[in-house]
Design a protein around this ligand. Structure first.
Ligand SMILES: Nc1ncnc2c1ncn2[C@@H]1O[C@H](COP(=O)(O)OP(=O)(O)OP(=O)(O)O)[C@@H](O)[C@H]1O
Ligand SMILES: [Mg+2]
Length: 213
């Protein structure tokens, strides 16, 4: 699904974070958003997901403009999101977190797909664990699995490899690309990690509130 970001601006108090960000990601395109800590990556992703409002400009998902007023509906229909802070439900096992995501998105669950996704991410042995019983890297992979099992048309990941070692970073990058490919999804990954660059055909760099491609 196509993603269009047009002239998005955001200021917190007196601090301008985004000053007129524009780009498009075509259907099934994979884009890496690279920028140092504090450059506004999470802010931009939140605006793209309709979780935060922009001060100016707009974002559309396919042909629909997204904002906090309709974000719930558009996210549910189209998006899989891996949050920087993961946001797994601590009262539920890994497997139940994934099942809940599917249930909310589709009204039903697909246990075979859940098992297969956990297997591919190398955390099938942790399926019954609760989030606080996981290592940081395992929790990150659980959050990735949760975004994948809803078969999103747009997959958005905020620092999906920040807690991973080199080998798992490579595995997860390949897996995100492969999963986006399988699902026919557009992929947008935000990171400060240069190592991900090699995996993407297109990199946008966020610096001083502006994008360089
Ligand atoms: N809700 C908020 N209120 C005020 N300032 C904020 C808020 N959220 C973020 N900021 C500030 O905006 C700037 C951009 O933050 P943001 O989280 O978007 O950056 P980031 O690129 O995702 O950083 P990181 O790589 O550390 O996750 C930072 O200076 C941050 O302190
Ligand atoms: Mg961030």
């Amino acid at each position: 699904m196509q993603l269009t970001v047009s002239k998005v601006g955001k200021t917190y108090d007196a601090q301008s974070v985004l000053s007129g960000i524009s780009f498009e990601a075509a259907d099934e395109e994979r884009v890496l958003l690279l920028g140092p800590s504090g450059s506004g990556k999470s802010t931009l992703l939140n605006i793209i997901c309709g979780l935060q409002s922009a001060d100016s400009g707009w974002v559309s998902i396919g042909s629909e403009a997204i904002s906090p007023s309709n974000g719930d509906v558009i996210r549910k229909r189209n998006m899989g999101i891996i949050f920087q802070t993961l946001r797994l439900v601590s009262a539920l096992s890994v497997k139940a977190n994934l099942a809940l995501a599917q249930k909310l998105q589709n009204g039903s669950t697909d246990p075979a797909m859940i098992d297969q996704t956990l297997e591919r991410l190398g955390i099938a042995n942790r399926a019954k664990a609760r989030p606080f019983e996981l290592s940081q890297g395992e929790a990150q992979r659980a959050a990735i699995a949760r975004a994948l099992v809803v078969r999103p048309k747009i997959l958005i990941a905020d620092e999906p490899t920040s807690a991973l070692d080199h080998a798992n970073t490579q595995t997860v990058a390949e897996l995100l690309l492969e999963a986006a490919n399988d699902a026919g999804a557009t992929l947008l990954v935000a990171t400060h990690d240069d190592r991900l660059k090699a995996h993407f055909e297109r990199t946008l760099t966020l610096s001083d509130g502006r994008l360089e491609s």
